[in-house]
Design a binder for this molecule. Structure first.
Ligand code: ATP
Ligand code: ATP
Ligand code: MG
Ligand code: MG
Ligand code: MG
Ligand code: MG
Length: 267
């Protein structure tokens, strides 16, 4: 038929490079907001952590997990999110470009779509963009180390930013002076400045800021009413079902405990 006919132009498809992800590897897609340092300023994000922005990021990640196939865990902090596809996934025949573009576009459209739910008083001034990359991890240890790396990054940046903005907003220092003050300081020094000069115990800062956000699937039992048709009419009956939903956690994923409590993620 007409639709099946091949034109003389068909050969150009051969130019498409094969980007099949290696079998048995965990497929990670990480995205990151483009130029969000400026985006945050222009939209008056509170410093160092704007809750609305973090919650919007989490909402977008939830949309990605619900709409796309085979994502087992996601981790987010600042303007970035990582999504881990099951190592056995055969979604789009494991084509890297399909994974990456579906994740990034679903996330970016969600960011605009849900913006007003989180920033009711702040109009979105222009369409934000996100970059994406695909990384393959051949072992469970490599995958855990990847996630640990991102959470360690969250901790280091958040500790720095917490002191920096305390010095700048409460300590009366300029941004240059605050930067100068922190040059060469270790974690212990930063904790000490926070405690002695600002009466802030870093360990009491919100978990979402210190640990980032972990999204996992959780089974929930629910009772639904089902209509049963009988010869003498119909009757409502209660039936138990299990459903999977996406849950948000702000916990440590570097140590053993999380992985002991969620063995299904690496299974
Ligand atoms: P690039 O395009 O290279 O990623 P960038 O400006 O986005 O550049 P990042 O290293 O990704 O640089 O840093 C993101 C920046 O966005 C942070 O440094 C911070 O200034 C800002 N930001 C992101 N999320 C928040 C938030 N929830 N609250 C306050 N600031 C935020
Ligand atoms: P996939 O996710 O694999 O791309 P798809 O349903 O998007 O699946 P496509 O081959 O991309 O499949 O085809 C896009 C379809 O969208 C068309 O077949 C048509 O039905 C519909 N479509 C797109 N643009 C228009 C348009 N302007 N007017 C009417 N229908 C459209
Ligand atoms: Mg970057
Ligand atoms: Mg960025
Ligand atoms: Mg970033
Ligand atoms: Mg299409």
């Amino acid at each position: 038929g007409r639709a099946m006919a091949k034109s003389k132009f068909e050969y150009v498809r051969q130019f498409e490079a094969d980007d099949t992800c290696l079998q048995n590897c965990w497929i990670v897609v990480r995205l990151d907001g483009r130029n969000f340092h400026k985006f945050a300023e222009q939209h008056y994000f509170t410093k160092p952590n704007d809750d609305r922005a973090l919650q919007l990021m989490n909402r977008c990640a939830q949309s990605v997990m619900l709409e796309l196939e085979d994502i087992t865990i996601a981790y987010g902090q600042s303007d970035e999110y990582s999504f881990v596809f099951n190592k056995k996934s055969n979604w789009f025949k494991r084509r890297a470009s399909k994974f990456m573009t579906h994740v990034v576009s679903q996330f970016a459209t969600s960011y605009v779509f849900y913006w007003k739910d989180y920033f009711s008083d702040q109009p979105l001034l222009y369409p934000p963009g996100f970059d994406g990359r695909v990384i393959l991890y051949p072992s469970n240890q490599n995958l855990r180390d990847y996630l640990s790396w991102r959470q360690a990054d969250c901790h280091i940046n958040n500790l720095y930013n917490t002191v920096f903005w305390a010095l700048a907003l409460q300590g009366g220092l300029t941004k240059v002076q605050a930067q100068e003050r922190l040059r060469g300081t270790l974690s212990a020094d930063k904790n000490e400045i926070l405690f002695s000069e600002f009466n802030i115990n870093y360990n009491n800062e919100p978990l979402m800021y210190r640990k980032g956000t972990v999204l996992v699937w959780q089974k929930v039992n629910e009772i639904a009413t089902k209509q049963i048709n009988l010869s003498e009419g119909s009757e409502d009956k209660e039936v138990k079902r299990t459903r999977s939903e996406v849950t948000l956690l702000h916990c440590d994923i570097i140590g053993q405990q999380f992985w002991k409590e969620h063995p299904e993620i690496l299974a």
